[in-house]
Design a protein around this ligand. Sequence first.
Ligand code: S3P
Length: 194
Amino acid sequence: MQGLEQIMDASTPLSLPRTVALVGLMGAGKSAIGKRLALRLGLPFVDADDEIERAAGCTISEFFERFGETEFRNGERRVIQRLLEGPIHILSTGGGAYMDAETRVLMRKHAITVWLRAEFEVLYDRVRRRTHRPLLRQGDPKEILARLMKQRYPVYAEADLVVDSTAQPADMTTDQVIEALRRHLSHRATGAIA
Ligand code: S3P
């Protein structure tokens, strides 16, 4: 494990003791930031949704249509468990993953969780032109997004770290995630010394 000085020295590459799992609503930038974070930290990037599609042999939309949301959450939990038990990486999780109590326990146990918190306008602007998200097709996307924010934000707030995902360039948000990770790990290092 890196010492406190190395962790806080921005010129020293950050060495992570466990996987970093990004959580947050659709459109929060989990994949965009996750890819950048992985490049910066020299770690593999894994998108849980892509892994679910690979394991299921169909798209997430098709999965929802054929088997429904409950089965999707079960599959999502299994895939995330497998990923979390593997080598350290940067993991982008689907927006509902952290809402599942068992998946949340797994993430707490195996990962440093980072909530990418975004305001409604930022999220809506990012998701409105895309059609691949089944939950947003079940009614008025604005209403659905607003309802999900209300339901999910108190739970996402349980993540280890919170970083605001704004309309600024993704590279800047990535810097902020790295900064938050350095602070988090330095607290852990200080705690270990004390
Ligand atoms: C979902 C978010 C999606 C995907 C699925 C369900 C959700 O992932 O897992 O459509 O419940 O919020 P993204 O957050 O990557 O869009």
